[in-house]
Structures are given as structure tokens and as C-alpha cells.
Design a protein around this ligand. Structure first.
Ligand code: GLU
Length: 422
């Protein structure tokens, strides 16, 4: 009897991003030259960041800023502080930003930054010095009409305020439009803090309509309880859904009766984790992903749903609030099981959409009400969802490939009409 060994899938995010791109490029019948242009990052900057720690020692951290595409406008994308950040991860995240901005049709290319650091181990002063030095190092390529950073994993409006101040000091004038996701007191936009989650809510509502699921009685499990996950849980709860489980990097909580996400967030802010939240049982991240529920929201990091667990996912909808949570091999399994995946480049695009609104408001010096921001956000997300769904139907593919065909097609067309310099 022969034994079949499953070939192990790659978990390298940049290889995954390239594979997703190639699938769309095949449908679009792009030639080899266009493919190489679209999949190669335009600029990759690696910087070393010396920081004087509180005890007087100097530590040097490695940081990155990758601009994947500048074809449809300035590069746009967050900055991540995480001990596991790598250049390949930042390259993948930068290319996902290109496709994300094109999916929701906002005039940006894609970029991403990262610093290899665990910010939870630094004091506020150390974090500020690290951020200001990193901002100075990448100042040679960022700016309101070149590349506009924003928050990502473990960076906050305060981080953006320090970057904005550093760039403004270097330029000799206040440069509001050089980063988004800033505090409201400093050119931030109303609604930006909730925007990623609100986009996730809008697309989840539309996905529920497609699947014939009543959101007001649906069950939801949320993996990752940061900005995207915790607010998505609160918004879906407002829609009547029951949050049966939630988790963070330290573990999760589960209750069939339902968890109040607002109370859970307060508890996490007070105690540092969800662990021991009253009236809920502990659950591992692994168990959470495999729960019997209607909607699963992966809202943490890449490679969460893989070849190893895809077959055990029981949700009917996977709403990707995180970037890159599902590997291509897992995607194929979910599709076979009839699970509707709202792909990351659509599902979590609400964040960059309101970043775009923030940048527009900063450049005009004219600010909108929260009602206006949310109205334009909902319209942008609804249009994008419909276009992605129509593209997927036309080519008889899943929503991810539909989104990639739409996005890669838009960037390819812009590349074609611009032509090659010189
Ligand atoms: N970091 C977020 C993302 O991955 C937001 C990017 C932005 O607002 O520029 O989409």
C-alpha cells in the first residue's frame, strides 16, 4: 500500500502574494513583461534604527519600508511593529495594499512598513525615540504625495502623531497629509478608528444576504481582538449577531450564550488579556477557528487558516479582517466546502478607504462629519463588494480570485496607458 504524503505548503507571505497575483494574471492573460512589472516591488528600503534605551544602553532595531506600486498614485499602507516582521512579509503586505486600493478603486499604489521589535517590552519614551528615528530614516521616501503610512499591527494614532511631527520638523512646516490614522486633534478623520471594522461589517452583511444567513441571529467567532477584531465584534453585535468566542495572542474565551464585546474589550484594556473574562470558558485559538458558527472573523496575522486546519473550519462565511490569514491551499479547501470567504483585500479595505478620506480632508483643510465619512465608506465598500462578486461570477471563481482579477486588471490598465519611461 502506498502512502501519500501531503506536500507542505509555503507559508512565506511574499510567495503566497505572488501566487494569488499569478492566478489573476492567468485569467487576464497578461504577458510576461506586464507580469514582472506588476509583481516586483518598486522600492525596498531597509534601515537600522539605533535607540537609546532608558537604562542608557543603545539597541539597534531593523526597519523596512516597501513601496510595491506607485502606478495609480502615491504608495499607501500601514506600519507594523512586531518581533517577527521580515522583509518578505512587508513585501507581501505592500503588494496586498496595491491590490486592496485598486479593489476599492482609490487613487493609491501600495506600500507597507515594519520594525522588528516587540513594542510591549518598550517604555513609552523608548517607543517614541524608536518611532522618531524610524520616521527620519524612511523620510527619504515618504511624504503626502509619495507614500503615506498609517497604523497596522501594534501601532496607534499616537505612533502616527510622532511620525507626523518628525516629518513636519524635518520639512520646517506642519505636514498633516504625510500619515493617516492620526488623532482627531491632529488632522485625523472622524470614523477612521472604526473604519476597518465598519468595512468588515458592511461586507459581512452583503455576504450574509448572498448566503441567506440572517445576521441578526447569526453566531460569530472572532480571532484577534485588536483594533479590527474588537470593533468588528462590537458592530456585528449591534446588528444582533451573537459573539460566541473571541481571542487574542494569549488565548480566547467562549460562551454559547454570547459574549458582550464591549465589556470584553474593557476587560482586556484593564487586565491586559481576555483570560478569565466572567461567564465564559477558556478556549485556544486553534479551537476557536474550528467552532460551529455562522461567521468566522480572522483578525490577527497571516497564515491562520492553513492546509493543517482548513478542513475543520465549520463557519459558513470567513470575513478576513486580517491581512493574509488564509493560505492558497486552505482557500481551495474552503471553496470546496462551499464556505464564502470575503477576501482581505476587500473585507478589511475600510481602513485604507477612510485613510484616503483623511488624506483628502488634510490636503483640503476641510473636515467632514462622522455621518458623511460613514456614508462614503459604506458606498465605497458596497460598490467594491458588488464589483468583486460580479467579476467572480463572470469568471466562475471564488471571491478572492474575483477581487484579484478586478484589482490586477485596474493596475495593469493604468500601467499600460502610462507606458514605460523613458
Ligand atoms: N494597515 C491597514 C491595512 O492593512 C491600513 C492602511 C492604511 O490606512 O493606509 O489596510
Amino acid at each position: 500500500m502506498s502512502t501519500v504524503t501531503l506536500s507542505k505548503e509555503t507559508l512565506n507571505p511574499f510567495e503566497i502574494a505572488q501566487k494569488q497575483f499569478e492566478t489573476a494574471a492567468d485569467y487576464l492573460k497578461l504577458d510576461a513583461g506586464m507580469r514582472s512589472m506588476l509583481k516586483t516591488p518598486k522600492r525596498q528600503l531597509i534601515v537600522s534604527i539605533p535607540v537609546r534605551m532608558d537604562n542608557g544602553e543603545i539597541r539597534v532595531f531593523e526597519g523596512y519600508r516597501v513601496q510595491h506600486s506607485l502606478t495609480r498614485g502615491p504608495a499607501k499602507g500601514g506600519i507594523r511593529y512586531h518581533p517577527d516582521v521580515t522583509l518578505d512579509e512587508v513585501k507581501a503586505l505592500a503588494s496586498w495594499m496595491t491590490w486592496k486600493c485598486a479593489t476599492v478603486n482609490i487613487p493609491y499604489g501600495g506600500g507597507k512598513g515594519g520594525v522588528r521589535v516587540d513594542p510591549r517590552t518598550l517604555s513609552l519614551g523608548e517607543l517614541e525615540r524608536l518611532t522618531r528615528r524610524y520616521a527620519t530614516e524612511i523620510s527619504v521616501i515618504i511624504g503626502p504625495d509619495r507614500d503615506i503610512p498609517a497604523p497596522d499591527v501594534y501601532t496607534t494614532p499616537q505612533t502616527m502623531a510622532w511620525i507626523m511631527d518628525t516629518i513636519s520638523m524635518l520639512h520646517g512646516h506642519t505636514e498633516l497629509g504625510c500619515v493617516t490614522g492620526k488623532p482627531l486633534s491632529l488632522g485625523g478623520s472622524k470614523g477612521r478608528h472604526e473604519a476597518t471594522a465598519r468595512g468588515c461589517q458592511v461586507t459581512t452583511r452583503l455576504a450574509c444576504e448572498l448566503k441567506g444567513i440572517n445576521l441578526s441571529s447569526a453566531t460569530v467567532a472572532v480571532q484577534g481582538f485588536g483594533n479590527a477584531g474588537s470593533i468588528a465584534a462590537a458592530l456585528l453585535h449591534e446588528d444582533g449577531a451573537k459573539i460566541i468566542a473571541a481571542s487574542d495572542s494569549k488565548g480566547g474565551i467562549y460562551s454559547r450564550k454570547g459574549i458582550d464585546p464591549v465589556e470584553a474589550l474593557k476587560f482586556k484594556e484593564q487586565t491586559g488579556s481576555l483570560f478569565n473574562f466572567p461567564d465564559a470558558e477558556p478556549i485556544t485559538n486553534r479551537e476557536l477557528l474550528q467552532l460551529n458558527c455562522d461567521i468566522l472573523v480572522p483578525a490577527a496575522l497571516e497564515n491562520t487558516i492553513t492546509l493543517e486546519n482548513a478542513d475543520r473550519i465549520k463557519a459558513k462565511i470567513v470575513a478576513e479582517a486580517a491581512n493574509g490569514p488564509t493560505t492558497p491551499a486552505a482557500d481551495a479547501i474552503l471553496a470546496e466546502k462551499g464556505i464564502l470567504v470575503i477576501p482581505d483585500i476587500l473585507c478589511n479595505a475600510g481602513g485604507v478607504t477612510v485613510s484616503y478620506f483623511e488624506w483628502v480632508q488634510d490636503l483640503y483643510g476641510f473636515f467632514w462629519s462622522e455621518i458623511e465619512v460613514n456614508k462614503y465608506l459604506e458606498r465605497t465598500m458596497t460598490n467594491a463588494f458588488k464589483e468583486v462578486h460580479a467579476t467572480a461570477e463572470k469568471h466562475k471563481v471564488n471571491m478572492r480570485t474575483g477581487a484579484y482579477i478586478l484589482a490586477v486588471g485596474r493596475v495593469a490598465e493604468a500601467t499600460q496607458v502610462r507606458g514605460i519611461f523613458p
